[in-house]
Design a protein. Sequence first.
Length: 363
Amino acid sequence: MVGKVISGSSFSGTVGYVMKEESRILEAEGIMPPEVKDMVQDFKDQTLLNPRLKNTVGHISLSFSPKDAPRMTDALMTQIAKEYMQKMGITDTQYLLVRHLDQPHPHCHLVYNRVGNNGQTISDKNIKLRNAKVCRELTEKYGLYLAPGKDDVRRERLREPDKTRYEIYDAIKGCLPKCKNWNELEGKLKEQGINVRYKYCGNTDRKQGILFSKNGFEFSGSKIDRAFSFTKLDNRFTHLQQQALHRAELLGNLSAAAGNYRSAFAGLFGGMGGGTREEPRRKDRRDSASAGQFAGRSIGRTVAAQAGRKSRRAYSTNHGTARCRCCSDGHSRNGTPPQDGRTEKKSQNENITLKPESHERQK
């Protein structure tokens, strides 16, 4: 459901428009249909109750999606329209509700007198904002189709100035993601025949508004779309610039940190004899290899000595003789002389014990 507030200068022109051929009256209050001139006269007579009010004509169209057409009966449309009027404060006054049948989407026109039955004024303050809010509430309440926005509007059916306004909307929407500042946006829009003009605060250089013009029509940014007001666009560009500065600062900090790390690393390893990083490693490997070889030789000598002692003990046990460690006699450890009766000869020059010949032969 979409409500459109339409400005009307006279009741004769407004009533004459809504009462065209393909239409039917849903409801009327305080006027005598169906003759147009009679209804117009009824509206005019009530305006005399408040002669100071200049703009006395109220005109709003209520449109529904074609997807709601199967369920949009006259009774349902009338119910929704009357609830809309209640929420908008259009009460206690004359009105005419007419349904048009010339379009594939269901819609109706509400014409009302801004001079109430008692001479009071029906307020139009913030009427467009209130209209959008009420339409959304009723759409949700009655489960009507909610269009995604301007993208769902059929461009080919638009008339001026709405046609140009939507052309500007489409151009800004397409250019904006590619622009980082005002200059880039102005340049891209100029390529599509759209001029940009700024509104300034008094005689200062401070910008406070923006106007887009094309085909002889000019619209403020908020008239094109709320997202395209000067404040919102300026906030967008400011945010993008802040993000760029933050990224540059972050990259600078990372580069500085990387440089400090390299300097510290070079200082740590550069003081080790002035050599390269590979030289200490090779030296360490050589030292480790030398230590391993030394340990291996020590262990080998120890194992060899132990094996030699075990071999001599086994030899003495098997042959029953062994030289006494306390003297040079070749008697056995149990005091018996050798079996062949010969004694071991000791070399006078060396402390080496010569084994018996029998032993040599057995060996």
